[in-house]
Design a protein around this ligand. Sequence first.
Ligand code: GMT
Length: 378
Amino acid sequence: MKIGIVCYPTFGGSGVVATELGKALANQGHQVHFITYSQPARLDFFSANLFYHEVSVRDYPLFDYAPYESALASKLVDVVRFEQLDILHVHYAIPHASAAFMAKQILATYGINIPVVTTLHGTDITLVGKDATYKPVVTFSINQSDGVTTVSEDLREDTYRHFEISKDIKVIPNFIDFNRFSLQPKDHFKKAIAPNNERILIHTSNFRKVKRTEDVILMFHKVLEKIPAKLLMVGDGPERSANEQLCRELNICDSVRFLGKQDAVEEILSVSDLFIIPSENESFGLAALEAMACKVPVISSNAGGLPELNVDDFCGYMCDVGDVEDMANKAVTILSNQKTLDYFKENALIRAKDFDLRKILPQYVAFYEEVIAGQRKS
Ligand code: GMT
């Protein structure tokens, strides 16, 4: 198949899923064309089956806001025509699904019927999409897509609850590539971070409010009262400086390291004992899956799609949103006994294997084939 993929080319979860999906499809022999405003972060190597088309937005003095959506739609028309694509797969509803709809209409005037699959990732529905500013466009473009997927049952239900959707939505969860995410021997690194064998807790995110990074600090403060530990905060975003300030107020700066954005997250996960994800909402929690693949158990909130990933009392624990006391107690339960920790670590890997790329990729391929066949019939 010749597949066009539209995504945000950043480190965010939807961009990561789109890029890893494209890479895996290319490995299988499909021709994959990424159409974005800059080269996706994880597309940093050569493959004969991978192509990148840049959407450039011209700035004119007339524009207060450059019309990215129109530039993207025009680029989609151009790439679909020139490369003779079989299908477009757009990740994140805004503005990708509506740009794809516009491109589809334009292409129809050339006698080309391009099927469009839209994958909803989370905040395009739970935060941004629900906003009245975008809601009619999001609803319309989901309904106009030829196929729609969400990354969890919970996001599917949320989409039906908050929008008037007439389409069937298929759930295809996030996946993990074990070639990259697996436990690596990094003992020297572990020694440097925790010289006295302290337990290492880790959080990775984009530090948006929805991630409740403050809860990570607050629960860690309570953990420190019971066991020696270190906390690694990986990533960057709006809440980071307030979190750093909170560490000063709690006098725990010696035990907390803010590492900023990191490319080789798998190396840092490899030295970690426990992953914390206390989000207010989380459609799936790819960051937690990455941790589990590196044998790191997870303390999560029970929000959104997290219960579809984390299995309570098996590979971690789930707590109510904001219950930092419970999170700390459960963290101590896992961390204070080596046998218990080893049990949770093994189970984290077992659970991660349910989301092996090799299991999930065929679901996308089958869905593309179904959507293309449906288009031919109509
Ligand atoms: O988590 C983020 O803030 C990034 C966001 C995105 O849209 O890029 O991630 C969302 O999509 C990921 C991939 O499908 C999911 O694993 C994340 O759970 C989801 N984030 C939220 O729902 C907050």
